[in-house]
Design a protein around this ligand. Structure first.
Ligand SMILES: Cc1cc2nc3c(=O)[nH]c(=O)nc-3n(C[C@H](O)[C@H](O)[C@H](O)COP(=O)(O)OP(=O)(O)OC[C@H]3O[C@@H](n4cnc5c(N)ncnc54)[C@H](O)[C@@H]3O)c2cc1C
Length: 386
């Protein structure tokens, strides 16, 4: 494995660090307090992100993305997520599933996401199906050359503000395989409404909403990919999605450790900085070990993807990275909060915010239990995926 960082990527990371310091960190208090940003600030962040080429980092250059390989995306994501998620998520992205767009869809959906002019959301989860995604109940039926969607989605990130939703619905209920189709459904389509929005534990400014489809008529040209093959195109991006979730955990871990070290050096109790006490040193040492291990697992999964290793092997490595990094972040946040003592329980500190934000990483993009299932299945079928 060679994790040598090319010069241009090292340079780009510095640019991203400056962007985070200057454009995102100053708004952390605001986003915490108001659960969002003023519109003009959000627009300005998006514009500046596009100016420095931070938009859609994984998208190919021919559609306006940065065209980074997976390891490059991991390194940039790690840097970007030193900022709270509600701010880092403002940077324009386009999900890889949109590469399945045909020419007309590219113009309407993919390209405006790359430039930050349109916001998407990914609508798979339903009230009765989360981990068991193949069990979704939302139905789409053909009628007069169009599709009519009925059902409900929930916990859909920025579902309340997205310009369009990538909606998964059962179109071929009698088949054993190839039952589900992906649709591009624009906000304002009759029969498509936003239902309940949730107040959540963390990630202020990054809201989840329920989406309701009630005889929602979608033209045939809004089918993404082939009817019945919605999961095939979604699965293409799943492994890299898990690697990126792992990468999103590295930034907060690094910042928590920096803050923990600084605090331990300057906080004096019993006449000495608490950093002098072995109990504190051991917590910091365990944090550093967790971060280093999470980094190596994440880089190695990204490297495997970039080398074109077999999809099942990449999938197992991505699950290992996601499982470990998300659980390591929870441990690091807990230890650093302990090092801060009561101060770490106060909302104005980064550690309190990071502690709450960390919890979701073990749930979304597949829970820790689902990652263990993927890893164990691979192990039992193929042996250790070295
Ligand atoms: C903040 C947030 C944002 C989200 N954003 C999106 C989004 O944008 N789009 C979207 O489609 N979804 C989104 N989700 C949904 C998310 O992907 C699901 O919450 C997640 O997949 C888990 O599903 P669930 O919550 O229904 O839990 P369940 O599937 O009901 O699981 C409950 C518990 O049972 C365990 N479990 C389930 N099956 C098994 C098994 N076979 N063996 C052992 N244990 C098992 C789980 O690990 C978990 O501990 C979001 C969720 C949250 C909380």
């Amino acid at each position: 494995m060679d994790f040598t960082i090319p010069d241009d990527l090292a340079e780009f990371r510095k640019v991203v660090r400056r962007f985070v310091d200057n454009e995102l960190l100053p708004y952390e208090d605001h986003v915490e307090e108001h659960d969002g940003l003023p519109e003009e600030v959000e627009r300005s962040i998006k514009k500046k992100a596009v100016e420095i080429g931070l938009n859609a980092i994984g998208m190919p250059e021919e559609v306006g993305g940065a065209g980074l390989d997976v390891l490059g995306q991991v390194l940039v994501t790690e840097e970007l997520f030193r900022a709270l998620g509600g701010l880092a998520e403002v940077v324009p992205t386009a999900p890889s599933i949109l590469l399945a767009c045909d020419d007309a869809q590219r113009e309407r959906f993919l390209l405006p996401c790359v430039t930050g002019d349109k916001q998407w959301c990914f609508a798979l989860t339903e009230p009765d199906t989360g981990s068991d995604a193949a069990g979704i109940k939302t139905r789409a039926e053909r009628r007069d050359g169009s599709w009519v969607i009925n059902g409900r989605k929930r916990f859909i990130s920025h579902g309340d503000s997205a310009d369009f939703a990538i909606v998964f619905a059962v179109t071929h209920p009698d088949r054993e395989k190839d039952r589900i189709t992906a649709f591009l459904v624009e906000r304002g389509t009759p029969g498509f409404a936003v239902g309940q929005t949730h107040k959540t534990m963390g990630h202020r400014g990054y809201r989840q909403a329920e989406l309701v489809f009630d005889d929602c008529v979608v033209p045939a040209e809004n089918v993404l990919g082939e009817p019945g093959h919605g999961f095939d195109i979604a699965h293409g991006g799943l492994s890299s999605g898990r690697v990126m979730t792992a990468a999103r955990c590295l930034g907060p871990m690094a910042r928590l450790i920096d803050e923990g070290v600084e605090w331990a050096k300057q906080r004096v109790q019993f006449g000495r900085p608490i950093a002098d006490y072995q109990a504190i040193q051991f917590m910091l040492a365990d944090c550093a070990t967790d971060l280093q291990a999470a980094r190596m697992l994440t880089y190695s999964a990204a490297w495997a993807a970039d080398q074109g290793e077999a999809a099942k092997i990449v999938s197992a490595k991505a699950s290992v990275a996601k499982l470990f990094a998300s659980e390591a972040l929870g441990r690091v946040a807990d230890r650093v909060l302990q090092i801060f003592g009561g101060t770490g329980y106060m909302n104005e500190t980064y550690v309190e915010r990071a502690y709450r934000n960390a919890r979701i990483e073990r749930i979304w993009e597949g829970t820790s239990e689902i990652q263990r299932i993927i890893i164990a299945r691979n192990l039992l079928k193929r042996g250790m995926f070295a």
